[in-house]
Design a binder for this molecule. Structure first.
Ligand SMILES: [Fe+2]
Length: 362
């Protein structure tokens, strides 16, 4: 049994009616799922004058027009559980892929096309999450140049339990798309190459026929997709729901959450509209900004990404409280990856990051 205590100045309800001149911090365990306290500070914990060391909040501007991403992917953040990448495909692949290291999740930031897989076709448009189980052979056909935020996972992507919200919470189960069995569309190539990734190395297998040869399938392993635009957020006008309420995928030691458009919390009840300050101790936090007006962050555009490591606070930029004051609705769409164990930025991340992001609260 948790033992709740309280001392000094505090509010009856977290995130509501915060006393004038005080700033709320949430000190939570286990990525908002665990034990939690709120603290009421006389100064915002992000009002630093310097940070020296590795834990600066980090930011990548939108890099999809970078030459290294043209018809290629680049890893940006990695740990033992997952690898996050960005990619921009302007034309269809003339080879097939099979990932023997990771399950894969592609989030479509822009563009359209079709994943042709051994289970059939998964057409995609902007806003789709496509889940590809490890070992699936597939290729990607591009109709309109496609920008991807990709998450590779050592473990399977599962849906979160809905608990007392019931099975149709977050999205109706019929909003999920699964492919119908189909052969690969290209049948006149002289040869077909499958690039298999194992231990990060590529082995190429050549066939004289299109390797998408399944006339049928049955079972519980298959690619599927859900659109971020089909997600119905849970919310309360009386309380700022923590990010854990917006979980879309659960994997071992990390989660993927979706922030989508929704009414904002109620001004009448003096509910905090912007995320409370926190240092998400126990989890590293990555946010990919997909669409909308990101009013709680200055100078963040669609396609940008932020990385907040464990231990250093983050929260709204100073102007956000004012900007949110009369807003009734947020049109923000963002994808969050919260990892239990620290992520390491790749060399490519460090070469392209906005090195002054940590100063944006000053
Ligand atoms: Fe956060």
């Amino acid at each position: 049994m948790e033992s709740f205590k309280a001392s000094g100045v505090y509010t009856k309800q977290a995130h509501v009616d915060i006393p004038e001149g005080l700033y709320e911090e949430e000190h939570g365990r286990n990525g908002f799922f665990g034990r939690v306290s709120q603290l009421y500070h006389t100064q915002p914990p992000v009002n630093w004058t310097d940070i020296s060391g590795d834990l600066k909040p980090k930011n990548l501007p939108s890099l999809f027009s970078h030459k290294d991403l043209q018809d290629d992917f680049r890893a940006i953040l990695t740990n033992n559980d997952c690898e996050l990448s960005l990619g921009h495909l302007t034309k269809s692949l003339d080879y097939f892929l099979r990932n023997a290291d990771f399950d894969e999740l592609y989030f479509v930031h822009e563009g359209s096309g079709t994943f042709e897989t051994i289970y059939g076709y998964v057409p995609f448009v902007k806003g789709d999450y496509i889940v590809i189980p490890r070992g699936t052979t597939y290729t990607i056909k591009i109709s309109q140049a496609a920008k991807f935020f990709q998450v590779e996972s050592r473990s399977e992507f599962e849906e979160p339990s809905r608990g007392l919200l019931g099975p149709n919470a977050l999205y109706d189960q019929t909003a999920k798309f699964t492919p119908e069995a189909a052969l690969g569309s290209d049948q006149d190539w002289p040869e077909y190459k499958v690039r298999v990734k194992r231990l990060g190395e590529i082995t190429t297998i050549t066939y004289p026929f299109n390797p998408l040869t399944a006339k049928g399938w049955k079972g519980s392993v298959y690619p599927w997709k859900i659109s971020i635009y089909d997600i119905c957020p849970i919310m309360s006008h009386r309380y700022h729901v923590p990010p854990s309420g917006h979980t879309t995928f659960v994997a071992k030691n990390f989660v993927v959450c979706s922030f989508v458009e929704r009414p904002l919390e109620d001004k009448k009840h003096k509910v905090l509209k912007v995320p409370f300050y926190h240092s998400n101790i126990d989890f590293d936090e990555v946010l990919f900004y997909h669409q909308g007006n990101f009013f709680s962050r200055d100078n963040i555009d669609a396609g940008a990404l932020t990385f907040h490591p464990q231990g250093v606070h983050h929260g709204p930029h100073p102007k956000a409280f004012e900007a949110g004051e009369d807003k009734l609705y947020t049109d923000e769409y963002a994808v969050m990856v919260d990892t239990r164990y620290p992520l390491k930025p790749t060399k490519w991340f460090e070469e392209n990051e906005n090195k002054d992001y940590w100063k944006s609260w000053m």
